[in-house]
Ligand binder design. Structure first.
Ligand code: ZN
Length: 352
C-alpha cells in the first residue's frame, strides 16, 4: 500500500473501516510485449487495445499479483518480470466500499462526482458475504498493525469498535489512552475513566476474539489483552464470562463454537440495532439475525412479527445460526487515470 503523490479521492464521508484501498502496479512494457510480439498486433492497434484494458477485481486486489501486475513499496520500483523502469509502470488504485445503510449515500455522492470521460474510473459491483468481508477486514487490519509492538492490541480493539459502532468518535475516546479493561459494572457499551477505557463484558470478549484472530497465525495461539491464549483457553474464558450464553451458543465442540463466534463477529449489524433487540430479552440474537438476513429493507414490522410468531412456544435457546452468513454488496471503484496517462506517454515514445 504505497501512497505517494496520488490524487486521492475524498473518502472522508465514509465511516472508518468501510473502505479498503488497494494499489497495484502494472508494467506497460510487459503488456505491449504481449500484444505486439506474442499476438503480432501493430503498435497502434496494441495501443487502443491496451487503453481499453480493464483489469479484473482479482487482479487488482489479489495479495499475490501476477504478470503484468505487481506490488511494490519502493519509491523507484522496477518491473519484476522484465526490469522496466518507472516510466513504463502505471498504477491502479482500487477502493472497495462495503455496501450498507451507512455507506450508500456517501457512495452515490462519490460516484456521481467522478469524471466520466474515457472510463477514467470503473465502478464494479460484486456480491460477497459477511464472512468473506470480515476476513478481508481482519487480513487488512493484521497487515497494517505493528505486531511487534504491544500497542497493536489497543489499535485492534479500536478498529473493532469503529467497525461495530460507526457513530462514535473513537479518535476522541482513545486519545491518551493507557489501558483497556473489562468492566465489572457496565452491562453494555463503554466508559472512559482517566487513562483507562472500560468495556462491557461482551465488548471486551469480542476485543479478545479479534486480537486472537489477528495474531493466531503468527505463533501458537493468539496474543490478547489477557496474554497468549490457545483457542481452548479463549473459549473457556468466554464460556466462564457468560458471553457464550449471552449469544445463545450451546455447542460444546470448540470448532463449532468458533464457527458460531465468527458468524456473530462477521454480522453487519451495529450496536444500535443490537441494543433495540436486547430490550426484548432472549430475542436478542434472533432479532439481530433477522434484521440482517432480510437485507436493506429489514426493519419492516411484518418481519419482526413473523419472526417472534414462528418462535412461539419455544422458550429459548435461539435458533441455530448456521444460516447467519449475510450477503453483502461490494462496490469497487477503480482509478484508471494514471494508467491512461502512462499508456499515452509510452505509446508516444513507442510510435515516435
Ligand atoms: Zn515488465
Amino acid at each position: 500500500m504505497a501512497a505517494t503523490k496520488r490524487r486521492e479521492l475524498d473518502l472522508s464521508d465514509f465511516p472508518p473501516g468501510t473502505v479498503t484501498e488497494y494499489t497495484t502496479l502494472v508494467c506497460l512494457a510487459c503488456i505491449f510485449d504481449i500484444f505486439t510480439r506474442q499476438l503480432g498486433l501493430a503498435p497502434r492497434t496494441a495501443f487502443s487495445e491496451v487503453k481499453r484494458h480493464a483489469p479484473t477485481i482479482e487482479e487488482l486486489t489479489s495479495r499475490q499479483a501476477m504478470r503484468p501486475y505487481f506490488d511494490s513499496d519502493e519509491n523507484n520500483p522496477h518491473c519484476p518480470y522484465c526490469g522496466s523502469a518507472r516510466r513504463w509502470l502505471a498504477r491502479f488504485d482500487t477502493y472497495c466500499i462495503e455496501g450498507s445503510k451507512t455507506t450508500d449515500a456517501a457512495r452515490r455522492v462519490l460516484i456521481k462526482k467522478l469524471p466520466k470521460a474515457d472510463d477514467q474510473f470503473l465502478v464494479i459491483e460484486k456480491k460477497s458475504d459477511s464472512r468473506a468481508v470480515f476476513f478481508d477486514w481482519l487480513d487488512t487490519l493484521g497487515r497494517n498493525l505493528e505486531l511487534n509492538d504491544e500497542s497493536w492490541l489497543r489499535d485492534a480493539t479500536r478498529m473493532y469498535l469503529e467497525r461495530r459502532d460507526r457513530k462514535t468518535n473513537w479518535d476522541e475516546v482513545f486519545e491518551d489512552l493507557r489501558a483497556v479493561r473489562r468492566s465489572s459494572r457496565l452491562t453494555e457499551g463503554w466508559e472512559r475513566d482517566g487513562g483507562r477505557l472500560f468495556l462491557a463484558p461482551q465488548l471486551y470478549s469480542e476485543a479478545l476474539l479479534i486480537q486472537y484472530l489477528i495474531s493466531r497465525s503468527h505463533a501458537h495461539g493468539g496474543l490478547t489483552l489477557e496474554g497468549r491464549l490457545t483457542l481452548m483457553d479463549l473459549i473457556r474464558r468466554l464460556r466462564y464470562s457468560g458471553y457464550l450464553d449471552e449469544l445463545g451458543i450451546t455447542e460444546r465442540e470448540p470448532g463449532e463454537v468458533f464457527e458460531r463466534l465468527i458468524d456473530h463477529l462477521a454480522s453487519t449489524h451495529e450496536w444500535s440495532g443490537l441494543r433495540v433487540a436486547a430490550n426484548r430479552g432472549s430475542d436478542r440474537v434472533t432479532a439481530a439475525k433477522k434484521k440482517v438476513r432480510t437485507g436493506s429493507g429489514s426493519d419492516r414490522v411484518g418481519n419482526k412479527k413473523k419472526s417472534s410468531k414462528s418462535r412461539k412456544g419455544k422458550s429459548a435457546p435461539p435458533e441455530p445460526e448456521s444460516a447467519l452468513t449475510e450477503s453483502v454488496k461490494l462496490h469497487y471503484v477503480v482509478d484508471r487515470r494514471d494508467f491512461l496517462e502512462k499508456v499515452k506517454s509510452v505509446y508516444a515514445s513507442y510510435a515516435g
